[in-house]
Design a protein around this ligand. Structure first.
Ligand SMILES: Nc1ncnc2c1ncn2[C@@H]1O[C@H](COP(=O)(O)OP(=O)(O)O)[C@@H](O)[C@H]1O
Ligand SMILES: N[C@@H](CCC(=O)OP(=O)(O)O)C(=O)O
Length: 390
């Protein structure tokens, strides 16, 4: 009998914020949700939080939980409406299941494709997740299956994990599954499949190694995990695949020791973000108009843009749009920078030249002290004092 070659242990870089995606294959037992593997994953999350690290869970399992409530068997190819109904039945069970494994409050976050495609909803989802982390809750994300018809569907929770990782600016995406990691061939069909321990910038050759789901409850298989790693990598985020059925593996991971596959992003997070800021289309005709003092603060001090240095807003744009930042004095006509605005044009006209502390009293609400945060801002080449990527 041939024994499959085992993965060796490797150290992964220290991280502060992570997404942990947990597949149905780890949660669904014979009679619905089973804590058998989940307890080890909960212990991993607990250990990370005890070290001051932040974790957002992306958990599958609603469909499997709903199915168990109806005592129905898995049906590959079940109609969309059937899966949606099962998810609606099982989602509350899934949250109760996780709450039973954690002392701190868990928070349910359900997302569809629309929530991340639409810039404003994206920002609102991000703000909610950040606030949940700040107040010490444990966010547990799933796809909002009830309303996810084809064009809204993210498709699988591996993709959702990558999207959430980018959304919260995570350092790493952990994907817990029922196999030790990525092999160079589908290990179900090939006993001599070889472990892939570290892959830098996984491309199509790596995708070609990955097959479909391994169980009746899993949906995407290794292929969607590699696609998720590519998506996370485009945002500069590493992905780690590990076997969530093995308590010792989950325990070691809490100490940055990995037995599994590390898929390393081909670019840094800052480079990915700056690249997007520099190349994404801006709102046509829209600009935030700033004074000379603000221009000096942005270009010379690397500061965020505050309302005190804003003179006006040009054109119409909404919170979350990417807009040009220009100087009020006609002698400096070229744009200074571009950035993602936290406030709409209408709001900016009302809070221009005001102190950040006054935003709330002027608008009746506030989205923070800055009009454009430093991280959401890219200086134009003529002003840039930071290296430009391509
Ligand atoms: N090249 C490969 N390396 C590792 N696993 C693979 C590969 N190709 C296909 N698989 C299958 O992918 C399965 C994991 O995906 P899936 O069943 O969707 O689980 P989950 O519910 O955790 O998302 C494994 O059990 C394995 O059978
Ligand atoms: N949203 C679905 C999960 C879909 C999914 O991608 O499942 P899996 O392949 O097990 O991660 C559910 O909660 O059942």
């Amino acid at each position: 009998m041939t024994t499959r070659i085992a993965f060796a242990e490797q150290t992964i870089p220290a991280w502060k914020r992570a997404v942990l995606k947990i597949g149905s294959s780890l949660l669904a037992g014979d009679g619905g949700l089973s804590p058998r593997h989940a307890v080890h994953l909960a212990a991993f999350v607990h250990a990370c939080r005890a070290q001051g690290r932040e974790v957002v869970i992306v958990s599958s399992g609603a469909v499997a939980a709903g199915r168990a409530m109806l005592h129905a068997a898995p049906r590959p190819g079940a109609a969309m409406a059937e899966r949606q109904a099962l998810a609606a039945l099982g989602q509350a069970k899934l949250m109760a299941f996780w709450q039973g494994l954690f002392a701190q409050p868990v928070a349910q976050v359900l997302l569809t494709h629309d929530d991340v495609r639409n810039r404003r909803r994206y920002l609102n989802a991000r703000a909610t997740l950040q606030e949940l982390l700040r107040c010490g809750a444990l966010p547990i994300v799933n796809e909002n299956d009830t309303v996810s018809v084809d064009e809204l569907k993210l498709g699988d929770n591996d993709t959702l994990g990558a999207i959430v990782a980018a959304l919260i600016d995570a350092d790493v995406l952990f994907i817990a599954t029922d196999i030790d990691g990525l092999y160079d061939r589908d290990p179900r069909a090939n006993v001599d499949a070889r472990p892939m321990q570290t892959v830098v910038a996984p491309g199509d050759d790596i995708l070609a190694m990955a097959g479909g789901a391994g169980s009746a409850v899993g949906t995407g298989g290794m292929r969607t995990k590699i696609l998720a790693a590519q998506r996370a990598g485009a945002a500069g985020i590493d992905t780690v695949l590990f076997n969530g059925t093995r308590a010792a593996v989950a325990h070691a991971l809490g100490e940055d020791r990995l037995t599994g596959t590390r898929l390393v992003a081909g670019r840094s997070r800052i480079a990915a973000r700056k690249h997007w800021l520099r190349h994404a289309p801006v709102e046509p005709g829209a600009a935030i108009v700033i004074d000379a003092g603000a221009a000096a603060a942005l270009t010379g001090k690397g500061a965020s843009l505050l309302p005190i240095g804003v003179a006006d807003a040009r054109g119409e744009f909404r919170r979350g749009d990417l807009v040009e930042i220009v100087r009020a004095d006609a002698a400096h006509a070229a744009p200074v920078a571009r950035g993602v605005t936290q406030y709409s044009a209408a709001d900016i006209r009302r809070i221009a030249r005001r102190r950040s502390q006054d935003i709330e009293s002027v608008l009746g609400y506030n989205y923070g002290d800055t009009i454009v945060h430093r991280d959401d801002l890219s200086l134009h080449a003529a002003n840039a004092q930071e290296p430009q990527d391509v």
